[in-house]
Design a protein around this ligand. Structure first.
Ligand code: DDH
Length: 278
């Protein structure tokens, strides 16, 4: 297989998404989450964090509680890394997120290669840069503004909760947000807006919001999108207009995966951008 044949990698990722003995029969949602958490450590001010370097391979970042469960996503992708050793983990993890969104009938997201893996351990971002689901709108803003996102982009990105589920043994929360969690859609926004949500303790004693029958759930941070008037405007728009949501999600997710990836003229990302900047 020729080095640089990203279409071949895309095909291999698609083949690995159906996983009959895993969650809802699909690795798709956890692959999206891996791409997001690999990228969402970015800090605009210092230029540190982000997907370049695939620093979640280091224990410090892997052991951030927010990353619990992402070892499954990495395991699903390992055979693909073996098959295509020329691709960096940093490119593979982000590309897998893009392929998974599209595979689950979401929008096409622009993706560029060039991330490199050989970033020193000293550049692993500190724990605690990813959002804490027990918090409210101020916390959400401080986390996403740090990455360089605005309110509209925050709500668009949050629509990824149309995919997958919470696991009591990973985050303490439990259940899916929508009835079909392996199909990308704007159902999350419709349910957030139009269902009745009840604050309840789940079976491991963690407070979350459930629908009447305890089948679907929302996190405290999801509910904050409803409570905050500036966020709510976008929840309403995306619940109404699926095409608008798809467009805005594709743009914001593409931007997320590029955070901190500064490429040189030959297309390769700088190894230690943080140091280069200081
Ligand atoms: Fe999320 N997310 N997320 N999320 N997320 C969880 C699952 C998934 C928060 C908390 C959680 C985004 C934003 C936020 C996905 C994608 C994205 C879980 C459950 C928690 C908790 C983990 C578990 O128990 O397995 C919080 C807080 C925020 C926030 O914005 C404030 C964003 C921006 C994305 C994205 O992809 C753009 C996906 C997909 C999942 C489902 C994973 C799975 O295994 O299934």
């Amino acid at each position: 297989m020729a080095a640089g044949d990203y279409n071949a990698v895309r095909e291999a990722i698609k083949k690995t998404i159906p996983q009959s003995s895993y969650d809802d029969g699909s690795a798709g949602p956890v692959l999206v989450r891996l791409a997001w958490h690999a990228s969402g450590t970015y800090d605009k001010k210092s230029g540190t964090g982000g997907s370049n370097g695939a620093t979640m391979r280091y224990k410090l970042e892997a052991s951030d509680e927010a990353n619990n469960g992402l070892e499954y996503a990495q395991k699903f992708l390992e055979p693909i890394k073996q098959q295509f050793p020329w691709i960096s983990y940093a490119d593979l993890w982000t590309l897998a997120g893009v392929v998974a969104v599209e595979y689950m009938s979401g929008p096409k997201v622009d993706w560029k290669p060039g991330r490199v893996d050989d970033v020193d351990e000293q550049y692993v971002p500190p724990n605690g840069r990813l959002p804490d689901a027990t918090q409210g709108q101020d916390h959400i803003r401080s986390i996403f503004y740090r990455m360089g996102f605005n309110d509209q982009e925050i709500v668009a990105l949050s629509g990824a909760h149309n995919l997958g589920r919470c696991h009591a043994d990973r985050s303490g929360f439990e259940g899916p947000w929508v009835p079909n969690p392996t199909r990308f859609s704007n159902t999350y926004f419709k349910l957030l807006l139009h269902s009745q949500w009840y604050k309840r303790k789940n079976r491991v004693g963690v407070e979350q919001y459930n629908d009447e029958d305890n089948e679907l759930m929302m996190l405290p941070t999801d509910m904050a999108l409803l409570k905050d008037p500036k966020f709510r405007v976008w929840v309403e728009k995306y619940a109404e207009d699926k095409d608008l949501f798809y467009r805005d999600f594709a743009a914001a997710f593409g931007k997320l995966l590029e955070l901190g990836v500064i490429r040189g003229p030959e297309g390769k990302a700088f190894r230690q951008y943080a140091r280069a900047k200081l």
